[in-house]
Design a protein around this ligand. Structure first.
Ligand SMILES: [Zn+2]
Length: 124
């Protein structure tokens, strides 16, 4: 696994892509109806992310898609609404790709942060 080089505490740190900062002051907000919350940067008010919380496992998206198709009401002729399925799959793909790029950006930010830490450590 390539992810081993990031320390665990950094993976859990709240990062703001707008401020380009790691470990920002963030407000934890609850998503209605979901156990998961999300973070908002206190400085710029935009979304802040924890590396560890960004889902990039394709399996989860496939499972979600299958589940939604499963619970979808079947129309009178026994078929499932293909347009809705199509829309759902494209939403899922969009979220997945978005998460991938977000994760990449956060990773870069964390790496940058680590380099700065090393530099600072050498000076003192
Ligand atoms: Zn910010």
């Amino acid at each position: 696994m390539k992810e081993r080089d990031l320390p665990g505490d950094l993976k859990n740190a709240v990062c703001c892509l707008k401020c380009r900062k790691v470990g920002v002051d963030a407000i934890r907000k609850k998503m209605p109806g979901l156990s998961r919350g999300y973070d908002r940067c206190k400085i710029c008010k935009s979304y802040a992310y924890r590396y560890i919380e960004i889902t990039t496992s394709p399996i989860i998206f496939v499972v979600l898609t299958v589940m939604v198709i499963w619970v979808m009401p079947v129309s009178e002729d026994g078929s499932r609404p293909i347009v809705v399925i199509g829309i759902w799959i494209s939403i899922m793909c969009g979220v997945y790709l978005n998460n991938l790029s977000k994760r990449k950006k956060i990773r870069r930010l964390l790496k940058e942060h680590m380099r700065k830490d090393i530099l600072y450590g050498e000076q003192s």
